[in-house]
Ligand binder design. Structure first.
Ligand SMILES: *[C@@H]1O[C@H](CO)[C@@H](O)[C@H](O)[C@H]1NC(C)=O
Ligand SMILES: *[C@@H]1O[C@H](CO)[C@@H](O)[C@H](O)[C@H]1NC(C)=O
Ligand SMILES: *[C@@H]1O[C@H](CO)[C@@H](O)[C@H](O)[C@H]1NC(C)=O
Ligand SMILES: *[C@@H]1O[C@H](CO)[C@@H](O)[C@H](O)[C@H]1NC(C)=O
Ligand SMILES: *[C@@H]1O[C@H](CO)[C@@H](O)[C@H](O)[C@H]1NC(C)=O
Ligand SMILES: *[C@@H]1O[C@H](CO)[C@@H](O)[C@H](O)[C@H]1NC(C)=O
Ligand SMILES: *[C@@H]1O[C@H](CO)[C@@H](O)[C@H](O)[C@H]1NC(C)=O
Ligand SMILES: *[C@@H]1O[C@H](CO)[C@@H](O)[C@H](O)[C@H]1NC(C)=O
Ligand SMILES: *[C@@H]1O[C@H](CO)[C@@H](O)[C@H](O)[C@H]1NC(C)=O
Ligand SMILES: *[C@@H]1O[C@H](CO)[C@@H](O)[C@H](O)[C@H]1NC(C)=O
Length: 602
């Protein structure tokens, strides 16, 4: 009994090892394909980790010790068809490599090759741009940050290409006419962002779902074709020089779109109404154009909307309070427009239940601060829910839209990375309401340049997460509440140009602030001002030490590759109270938050 079991398991093991080796015989790659790979490889060498670890990408070193005595299908970065042994993909993305390579060799000598990914590999891609025989069933080409200077001609032969990512290269000038035919009608994903392209040919793919051309030099009107892309999900034309009006037809296709970014261009005219149901739309960014008219009321249909950014335009009319009904809205930016009137709050209905960034600065709003809203911003109240280490400054951004790698066909993750209320540069008057003290996870509050009166509420000292507090240029009176010493994350305080009186607190966080936090208050005294407090007994200054701890969260290639864009800062300069690193392409952000602990030394 026992021995037959033994025999059985022995023969079973034998069977496994036998079938494994015979299987590998079947799918061994051909000598010809192996040799093509070796030619391709001859310029490639590995980088040392320390050499390459800039920015925050997580690299995944590809071992290029391709060993000729083993099947090339087992080499690092290579995938073969299991049945024929043909090489079907070469993936060296984020591979910590260096050298100059010519993919043309692979394309002409690997007849079944379907995918190449050299993004962030460290390799520079050179193409002699001579016509090539290319597998017509080639599907995916990804050459992000590969020092590419021309649009490769071999793309013309890729009649079924689905995914093309050439972002962050040095491609310049007009795209050749034939580029519109790339992929026939199959092209689904096209990313040409961060190049120096000045003009597009008309891409006609009816299958197009993702179209990214951010940060180029493209001039011209809104491309009329876009209206025919009935399946378009994500559209990013931001930071170019597009001009003219948005055609009315655009209002129709918005019913399929999840993300629209037309920001930082020269569009003008009225924002078209959205005819469709708009239920999929998550992100609408129209900032920094010359749009006129009112905020379109059809937006109230966009129940999934998370980010609405219309800052820096010429919009007029009153505050679009019906936006408060959008249950998921996290970011509302209407800054620097010509909106006017009071920000009244309705007695019924929703009051922006998910909002965490509210920026209506630099408009013509009057009346009291919108206390009802401040009372109801639930997303800024919940200390536990708010991710504490998430304050990210991404090349001028408070929020990031990050497609996860390998999920090009899923919706990107929207990370609202800060809680901000900016009501500055309006004509608000009256007191700062005490309800503001409930917004425990508020990180930045700007009420500067209004006509606010009364005292600074003591409850501001309860907003534990506060990093920036700007109350400058108002009519505030009274003393600076001692409670503000409790704000241990506060890095920027501005109380200048008010009518504050008395002694400036000196302990804890207040040791960080210099005299330009207090200018223009003739009756304030004590350090850092030179004016002494004659009648008040100055508290003894205690020695302090500051312990800085930086929490860094790297976002890397392993998890995140894609477009990151975002919210302009409260101020135009990079404020010192936010620290972060954005890599050159603005593609990946590094998170960093400074925790400033102040302790007394005995
Ligand atoms: C190549 O693979 C063979 C067989 O696995 C092994 O014996 C040899 O040491 C390898 N050569 C190198 C340079 O790794
Ligand atoms: C080849 O087979 C392996 C398992 O034997 C499987 O993991 C892999 O996905 C297959 N590759 C292809 C391209 O079918
Ligand atoms: C190797 O690099 C040189 C330029 O440095 C280039 O001309 C040549 O085509 C490259 N060879 C391959 C196989 O990529
Ligand atoms: C791209 O070219 C620049 C010089 O223009 C060089 O410094 C850089 O290392 C190259 N990048 C890659 C990925 O080869
Ligand atoms: C816009 O593009 C220019 C280059 O064309 C770049 O220098 C700039 O940083 C980009 N701005 C944003 C906000 O992406
Ligand atoms: C500010 O309010 C005061 C009254 O409180 C008023 O006299 C003054 O004109 C206001 N200033 C501005 C610029 O609105
Ligand atoms: C600072 O916070 C502590 C603990 O929450 C509290 O007891 C104290 O009263 C606060 N100080 C001021 C001046 O509000
Ligand atoms: C403010 O402080 C700076 C440096 O601490 C000093 O040079 C300057 O004179 C001060 N200004 C005034 C008006 O006190
Ligand atoms: C505070 O605001 C005033 C006036 O707006 C400005 O001059 C000063 O530089 C600001 N100080 C800080 C610390 O930001
Ligand atoms: C607050 O807003 C004013 C005017 O809009 C601006 O000048 C200032 O830099 C802002 N403060 C901060 C801390 O960003």
């Amino acid at each position: 009994m026992g021995s037959s079991k033994l025999v059985l398991s022995f023969s079973f093991l034998f069977f496994i090892s036998y079938s494994k080796s015979s299987f590998s015989l079947i799918h061994k790659c051909s000598d010809e394909q192996r040799d093509a790979l070796l030619v391709f490889k001859q310029n490639i060498s590995s980088m040392t980790r320390s050499h390459a670890l800039h920015g925050s990408r997580w690299y995944d070193q590809v071992k290029m010790n391709w060993n000729t005595s083993i099947d090339c299908c087992d080499w690092d970065g290579i995938t073969c068809n299991n049945f024929t042994g043909d090489v079907i993909s070469l993936k060296l993305g984020c591979g910590l490599l260096q050298g100059v390579v010519e993919p043309d060799i692979l394309l002409s000598r690997l007849p079944k090759l379907e995918a190449i990914d050299l993004s962030y590999s460290g390799l520079s891609v050179l193409t002699k741009n001579v016509a090539h025989e290319v597998n017509p069933n080639f599907l995916e080409l990804s050459l992000v940050a590969c020092n590419l200077t021309v649009f490769p001609n071999f793309l013309g032969a890729m009649k079924n290409l689905k995914i093309l990512d050439l972002s962050s290269n040095f491609i310049s000038g007009l795209l050749p006419d034939w580029t519109s035919k790339i992929g026939g009608n199959k092209l689904t994903y096209l990313d040409l962002s961060y190049n120096s392209i000045t003009g597009l040919s008309e891409f006609v793919s009816a299958e197009m779902q993702y179209l990214y051309m951010r940060s180029n030099l493209i001039e011209g009107p809104f491309p009329p074709w876009i209206c025919n892309m009935g399946r378009l999900l994500y559209l990013d034309m931001s930071n170019n020089s597009f001009h003219g009006v948005i055609p009315r037809c655009f209002g129709k296709i918005t019913s399929s779109l999840a993300m629209i970014n037309l920001g930082i261009n020269k569009f003008h005219g009225i924002i078209p109404n959205l005819y469709g149901d708009c239920g999929l739309l998550l992100v609408l960014i129209l900032e920094e154009n010359n749009f006129e008219g009112e905020v379109p009321s059809s937006l109230v249909k966009c129940k999934s909307l998370k980010i609405l950014d219309m800052g820096n335009n010429r919009l007029y009319g009153t505050f679009p309070r019906w936006l408060g009904d959008l249950p998921k809205l996290q970011v509302l930016n209407l800054r620097s427009n010509s909106l006017h009137g009071t920000i009244e709050t309705p007695t019924m209905g929703y009051l922006f239940p998910s909002l965490s960034i509210f920026d209506v600065s630099n408009n013509g709003f009057v009346g009291n601060l919108p206390g009802k809203y401040l009372e109801n911003f639930n997303a800024i109240k919940d200390l536990d829910k708010h991710p504490k280490t998430e304050l990210v400054y991404t090349s001028g951004s408070y929020y990031s839209i990050i497609p996860l790698e390998g999920s090009k066909f899923f919706s990107p993750k929207i990370v609202t990375t800060a809680t901000v209320i900016d009501l500055s540069s309006n004509k608000f008057e009256g007191d700062i309401p005490n309800v503001i003290g409930n917004l425990k996870s508020l990180m930045a509050l700007n009420l500067s340049n209004n006509n606010l009166t009364g005292q600074i509420p003591h409850v501001l000292g309860d907003i534990f997460d506060m990093e920036a507090l700007d109350l400058s240029r108002n009519q505030l009176i009274g003393e600076i509440p001692q409670s503000l010493e409790n704000l241990t994350f506060l890095e920027l305080l501005n109380l200048s140009q008010n009518h504050l009186t008395g002694h400036i607190p000196e302990n804890r966080q207040f040791s960080l602030f210099t005299n330009d936090s207090y200018f223009g208050n003739p009756d304030l005294c004590g350090p850092p001002l030179t004016r002494e407090c004659k009648d008040l007994s100055s508290p003894k200054v205690k020695a302090k030490w500051i312990c800085m701890e930086a929490v860094m969260l790297g976002l890397g290639c392993g998890t995140l590759v894609g477009v990151v864009w975002g919210y302009r800062m409260l101020s135009t300069e990079t404020p010192k109270w936010l620290t972060a690193i954005a890599n050159a392409g603005g593609h990946i952000a590094r998170k960093k938050r400074k925790h400033v602990h102040l302790r007394k030394r005995n």
